[in-house]
Design a binder for this molecule. Structure first.
Ligand SMILES: O=C(O)CCC(=O)C(=O)O
Length: 263
């Protein structure tokens, strides 16, 4: 079973379980009002462009919206949620100066969708070359996730795949959780969207945080207009990649941090 935590539990216990099992759930980390505002922000985009990203991997009864910061004023409160950032600090900061957002994707799995191919998110990098995690994924439930509506399927590292099992059957756990909860998984954790055998859509928002010296999976500099970036808080701008990594990577002449490195 994916270990479930409450927001009041210690970050250390969540991080240890995440490293051991590959995935943890934090129940109802944000209230329904946050999720409702976020769902309202996304509805028009799911309907307008969600079908454009259908295919063998994403599914043919699933709608997706990328560049989520562009479409939602509520999203930064999830992206920079203090509990999430404390966990990202613990997993990623030992391997970089600063980490950054890798990708932002809203996913609506419609009734009748089949289970997604199982995969690890860090296959966008040559992750086999390093002995540590390069990214984490944080998937927020925008609806209640149930046994049959497409809850994310996860292969727990602590619960090895039984011999002879492959494909969807190898995903031994489902992230069943109420709306407003999150399932956090490591970049190397095998997982996939579940089959939706219910009569209602299942909505989620997944974003990754990756080491600051990596190329971002989704190009935030092209996703967002500079005027939109200017509206964001300093913290969110930095998370989106608008900061240098140490003194030598991603530098620019007007970098406000430049002096910091000279002291
Ligand atoms: O929708 C989900 O539950 C997971 C989606 C996913 O893993 C992906 O598309 O990479």
């Amino acid at each position: 079973m994916i270990t479930q935590f409450l927001a009041s539990d210690s970050i250390e216990s969540m991080t240890l379980a995440l490293l051991k099992d590959g995935a943890v759930i934090i129940k109802q980390l944000v209230g329904d009002e946050v999720i409702e505002r976020f769902n309202d922000d996304l509805r028009a985009e799911f309907d307008r462009q969600g079908h454009l990203f259908q295919g063998d991997f994403n599914g043919y009864k699933t709608r997706r919206v990328g560049a989520v910061t562009k479409f939602s004023k509520e999203f930064p409160s999830l992206l920079a949620h203090p509990t999430i950032l404390e966990i990202a600090d613990a997993i990623l900061k030992p391997h970089c100066e600063v980490y950054q957002v890798g990708s932002t994707t809203a996913i609506e799995i419609l009734p009748g969708e089949v289970a997604q191919e199982l995969h690890a998110d860090d296959t966008c990098y040559p992750s086999h070359l390093v002995p540590f995690e390069m990214q984490i994924s944080v998937l927020w439930a925008l609806d209640d996730f149930t046994e049959d509506n497409g809850a994310t399927c996860v292969v727990l590292k602590s619960d090895p795949e039984p011999s002879g099992t492959s494909g969807a059957a190898a995903a031994n756990q489902k992230a069943v959780m109420p709306k407003g909860s999150v399932v956090i998984y490591l970049g190397s954790t095998i997982h996939g969207g579940g089959a939706n055998n219910s009569d209602q859509p299942r909505k989620a928002l997944v974003n990754t945080y990756c080491l600051g010296w990596l190329r971002q999976e989704e190009n935030q500099y092209l996703c967002l207009d500079p005027k939109e970036v200017a509206q964001l808080s300093d913290e969110v701008r930095r998370l989106l990649g608008y900061q240098a990594h140490g003194p030598y990577l991603g530098v620019w002449p007007d970098d406000p941090d430049e002096l910091w490195y000279q002291t």
